[in-house]
Write a protein that binds this ligand. Structure first.
Ligand SMILES: [Zn+2]
Length: 299
């Protein structure tokens, strides 16, 4: 069987999933006042997590991202779950494979591990220790069977460097999910910062990525962000935009659009060379299904 990277290298077009966290919240999983809520769902609501993965597979996703965005040892320590981070990360990978087994018959579907750069503001730790914690999470995800580690929420240089360098130690493919926004002067910036995307790419791409994804990015900002990315990166590119207001605090963006509008935007991204399409906060299975059914893929 071809590996995920073989398929990407061969130029095959692949669909990611959408926003697992927002989909869990939409289905009633409690998310208030708990920065670890979606990680906690892995052990408290495993059926819901597996069902979200299964619904994205039914909708046509070829790649499932583990529900480990909030499951770094750093985050879980801050939530009093520090002794359960191996259990939670391992179980999250298993739930993705369980969903594939349940509804993915006859298709080749891949699992990649999400590792977010987000760190709890209240508990800064020495950089070397932070890098080691990211490394341990990535190795745990790799041991549990993911084909690549996706470092998400790259919107600074300091923590993102530690996350990428740590994740690389797992020895499997390293993907980077850069978050981009357009600044006041029309310059693409790392999301929520005043650091130009260009500067972030120059600093972090040399760490050695196999795939770069623009995610946690408003769809309307994607074009100029992609232009900058293409100037600095000749490898495979994915996009996973936001859609609509997220039910989760701090993940809400005012950019509501329908699955049909997503599909027509996706056509433009694909014609500009994007090979992997998925979604971030607010993109549910119906968006992936609509895009998958309606996009005439070339090559
Ligand atoms: Zn997002």
């Amino acid at each position: 069987m071809a590996t995920l990277y073989d398929r990407i290298k061969a130029g095959e077009f692949l669909f990611l999933d959408g926003g697992t966290g927002t989909e869990l919240a939409r289905r009633g999983i409690p998310h208030e006042d708990d920065p670890c809520w979606s990680a906690r769902a892995v052990v408290d609501y495993p059926d819901a997590v597996r069902e979200v993965h299964a619904d994205f597979i039914r909708a046509g996703s070829d790649i499932i991202i583990t529900n480990t965005f909030r499951a770094s040892p750093l985050m879980l320590n801050a939530c009093g779950l520090g002794d359960r981070w191996v259990e939670i990360n391992t179980a999250a990978v298993r739930l993705a494979y369980d969903a594939i087994e349940e509804v993915g018959a006859g298709r080749q579907i891949h699992v990649i591990g999400s590792l977010a750069t987000t760190t709890p503001a209240a508990a800064p730790i020495p950089p070397e220790e932070e890098r080691r914690m990211f490394a341990r999470q990535a190795m745990t995800l790799a041991d549990a069977g993911v084909e690549a580690v996706l470092v998400e929420m790259i919107n600074d240089i300091e923590h993102s460097r530690l996350a990428l360098e740590g994740a690389k130690e797992a020895g499997i493919a390293l993907w980077g999910g850069f978050s981009c926004t357009i600044g006041e002067k029309g310059v693409p910036l790392l999301y929520g910062s005043d650091i130009p995307l260009e500067q972030g790419l120059r600093a972090l791409l040399p760490i050695g990525l196999k795939m770069v994804c623009l995610m946690h990015t408003v769809a309307g900002d994607m074009g100029p962000c992609l232009d900058v990315l293409r100037q600095h990166w000749s490898g495979p590119i994915g996009v996973a935009p936001h859609a609509s207001r997220s039910p989760v605090p701090n993940q809400s963006v005012a950019d509501a659009y329908t699955p049909e509008e997503y599909r027509s935007r996706a056509r433009k991204w694909i014609s500009s060379g994007v090979r992997i399409l998925g979604g971030c906060c607010g993109i549910g299975p119906e968006y992936i299904r609509t895009a998958r059914d309606g996009i005439q893929l070339l090559g």
